[in-house]
Design a binder for this molecule. Structure first.
Ligand SMILES: Nc1ncnc2c1ncn2[C@@H]1O[C@H](COP(=O)(O)OP(=O)(O)OP(=O)(O)O)[C@@H](O)[C@H]1O
Ligand SMILES: [Mg+2]
Length: 413
């Protein structure tokens, strides 16, 4: 009965649709499959996915398995709303934003392949003592970043609520499980260790394996990068953005015990603090202090060519005799920024998509410094050398100079 109704409906379709019914059904099928895989591989994300994560968080919270300051506002009193999916082509399991008392926050998940903290001894569930947990926290930070944290910092990291010591044994054990998962995540760990420095995105709260950081405004003009005719105001914005990026890099390199290397640089990974002039780096997965990145590079597989010695944007060279990568990262944050952000996307040494500072207004002198900065020794192929202090200074000074003159011109006209 149902089938014959469908047949009747199909036969009544206008001639064109009826005639091409098999092609149309096949196209629909292909489109739906494509849509499914686009979502599955995170090429597109829908708010439904973000809500699925909220649901998961709240289920864990209801079962007493998720502890943290954003659980209750998210799950019991709906204080966090306006949930929006954020990850476009994302490799992370979850990146979505929400609003909490007019503050926008971005939720991310900590790495999911972490084994439990507890173990079984003759059928009895065992947890580390507080002292053991503290040493474990310090060991994790040392292994990941080659940084020795103070006892106070370790203590701060071993609690989810800094002012509150959980006395209920079961709840504390659950808290330890949550922290254990969170601290294996680079992003969480860096934001948590350096929370007082206000250089990495501020950590605003956690709930189980999820953590929330401050929302950073994307860099303006991102969508209009291909425009060739633009006004002076836009040129001034680009210059100011470039200055902020250079200042951020300077701070990351010179205000810590060791310089930090940003190994996954793209424009979307820079964001501005709300209404502020401060720039921050958003994606901390590929951010490591120099000695830690050197160890990562040293442990790369045997190499034949220099291109085998790369950890995302952090590059080193291959010793062809020993087939080992050199144990030092050879390029620098500024080199990558000049190459990928300021100059633009290149292919065979030709700029294909102009970068932030490549516009019709770009003076020849700035273009020349940018080329030296991106490739200081005029290497063929990818540059593996870092620009020296002299280029760094010249670049910063010329950016300031042009920005000031453009801004003055703008106010005088
Ligand atoms: N704190 C934040 N503030 C504003 N936007 C953010 C924030 N964190 C992430 N985003 C947005 O979500 C995007 C994906 O985030 P992130 O880079 O951390 O995830 P990812 O899985 O590494 O994605 P991708 O593979 O695209 O780099 C970012 O490019 C940025 O646009
Ligand atoms: Mg990223």
């Amino acid at each position: 009965m149902f089938i014959s109704l469908i047949m009747l409906f199909v036969r009544r379709l206008p001639g064109f649709f009826y005639y091409h019914r098999f092609t149309i059904v096949s196209c629909l099928f292909v489109l739906l499959t494509l849509f499914y895989f686009l979502i599955r591989w995170n090429f597109i994300c829908t708010n439904a996915q973000a809500w699925m994560h909220v649901k998961r968080m709240c289920e864990l919270y209801a079962a007493g398995r998720a502890i943290g300051s954003v659980c209750a506002p998210l799950c019991t009193n709906d204080a966090i709303n306006n949930i929006n999916c954020h990850s476009f082509r994302s490799t992370k399991e979850a990146v979505f934003s929400g609003e909490w008392h007019k503050t926008r926050l971005v939720f991310k998940t900590a790495a999911s392949e972490v084994h439990d903290l507890h173990w079984h001894d003759n059928g009895v569930v065992k947890y580390p003592t507080e002292a053991e947990f503290l040493s474990t926290v310090r060991a994790i930070v040392r292994n990941k970043f080659n940084i020795t944290i103070s006892k106070d910092t370790a203590q701060r990291l071993s609690r989810l609520k800094p002012m509150y010591i959980e006395t209920d044994v079961k709840k504390r054990q659950q808290e330890l499980e949550n922290i254990w998962m969170l601290i294996q995540d680079n992003e969480y760990l860096l934001s948590a260790i350096f929370s007082e420095r206000d250089i990495f995105p501020q950590l605003l709260g956690t709930c189980g394996p999820y953590f929330a950081v401050e929302y950073l405004e994307p860099i303006q003009g991102l969508s209009s990068f291909l425009t060739f005719e633009e006004n002076k105001e836009e040129w001034a914005i680009r210059l100011r953005t470039a200055i902020q990026i250079v200042e951020l890099i300077e701070e990351l390199e010179n205000s810590f015990q060791e310089p930090f290397h940003l190994c996954d640089i793209k424009l979307e990974h820079f964001g501005v603090v709300k209404e502020g002039s401060r720039m921050k780096f958003i994606d901390l997965v590929g951010v490591f202090p120099r000695s830690a990145i050197n160890s990562i590079i040293k442990e790369l597989n045997a190499c034949d060519v220099d291109d085998d010695c790369e950890f995302f944007d952090c590059r080193s060279t291959c010793d062809v005799k020993t087939h080992r990568c050199s144990n030092q990262v050879t390029n620098s944050n500024l080199q990558i920024v000049c190459e990928k952000i300021f100059l633009g996307w290149r292919m065979s040494n030709t700029v294909m998509i102009p970068g932030l500072l490549m516009t019709p207004h770009t003076p020849a002198e700035l273009a020349s410094i940018l080329r030296q900065c991106a490739n200081p020794s005029s290497e063929f192929g990818k540059s593996r050398m870092a620009p020296d202090e002299e280029i760094k200074k010249r670049l910063y000074n010329i950016l300031i100079e042009i920005e000031q003159s453009v801004t003055n011109d703008f106010y005088m006209s």
